[in-house]
Design a protein around this ligand. Structure first.
Ligand SMILES: Nc1ncnc2c1ncn2[C@@H]1O[C@H](COP(=O)(O)OP(=O)(O)OP(=O)(O)O)[C@@H](O)[C@H]1O
Ligand SMILES: [Mg+2]
Length: 237
């Protein structure tokens, strides 16, 4: 496969809410936002609450559609695909980490981590072997049979990281992955995220309010008034 188009590129994304005539107060959240994420890059996106960070991540993952613009993932134009095809691209290429873990409560940690592999069609035994290995990488081998309700907040977030990385996607999109954790646990969770992304050559797009965390990324961007810009001169590419 050609390596020419191995990047995630969003071009001229515009997103408005409340333009369907029902809402008296339409808001334009993103205006003409463009960003390219290359293989293995780490990119931090900061911005005030309500500035559109989650909206942007959802668009990058094709979880929501823009009013204008495109998202191309390794040569595949997400909004020209149908929903089933988008799901396939997400399953093959992306991992998503939410601020609160979004684990399935009726599945134990191992089953949660195995999910992307099951969706990809792996047999249970193969999926669970790989899931156990990833759970071991996040230090939770001994919690494999625990259900989300039996795990601490930091442990749940580590399971969520294992689930986002288990299928070795090319891109992980993380929405304030440490936002609900105390400082020490947040540091541990972000160490893991950077360490594992680096080990598996996964590009990481990280939304965070935490300046220290943002500074660990190779590029820092800020969303403000619908525009995405490099912040404090640190933009490296
Ligand atoms: N489904 C929706 N319908 C209408 N407005 C929405 C919807 N989702 C988000 N918004 C609005 O879009 C703006 C951006 O929301 P978004 O969740 O992307 O912000 P954010 O930067 O992630 O904020 P936070 O840091 O608080 O998570 C907000 O003003 C919000 O009220
Ligand atoms: Mg958000």
């Amino acid at each position: 496969m050609s390596t020419d188009n191995l990047f995630l590129r969003a071009s001229n994304l515009t997103k408005r809410y409340g333009v369907d005539g029902q809402d008296q107060h339409p808001v334009t959240v993103l205006t003409d936002v463009s960003i390219q994420i290359d293989s293995g890059q780490t990119v931090a996106i900061t911005g005030a609450s309500g500035s559109g960070k989650s909206t942007l991540l959802h668009l990058l993952a094709g979880l929501d559609g823009p009013d204008a613009g495109s998202v191309i993932i390794d040569g595949l134009s997400m909004f020209d695909l149908d929903e089933a095809q988008r799901c396939l691209v997400r399953n093959q290429k992306l991992g998503f980490i939410y601020q609160s873990h979004h684990l399935l409560k009726e599945f134990n940690a191992l089953e949660n981590v195995a999910l992307p592999l099951r969706v990809a069609g792996l047999k249970i035994s193969q999926a669970q072997t790989a899931a156990y290995s990833m759970l071991t990488s996040v230090g939770l081998a001994d919690r494999a049979k625990h259900y989300p309700s039996q795990l601490s907040g930091g442990e749940r977030q580590r399971v969520a990281i294992a689930r986002a990385l288990v299928h070795l996607p090319r891109y992980v999109l993380a929405d304030e992955p440490t936002g609900n954790l105390d400082e020490v646990t947040a540091d541990e969770v972000s160490d893991l995220l950077f360490e594992l992304s680096n080990k598996h050559d996964i590009a990481l797009v990280l939304v965070t309010h935490n300046r220290d965390l943002a500074n660990r990324a190779s590029r820092q961007l800020t969303l403000s008034n619908g525009l995405l810009t490099g912040s404090n001169g640190l933009l490296s590419s």
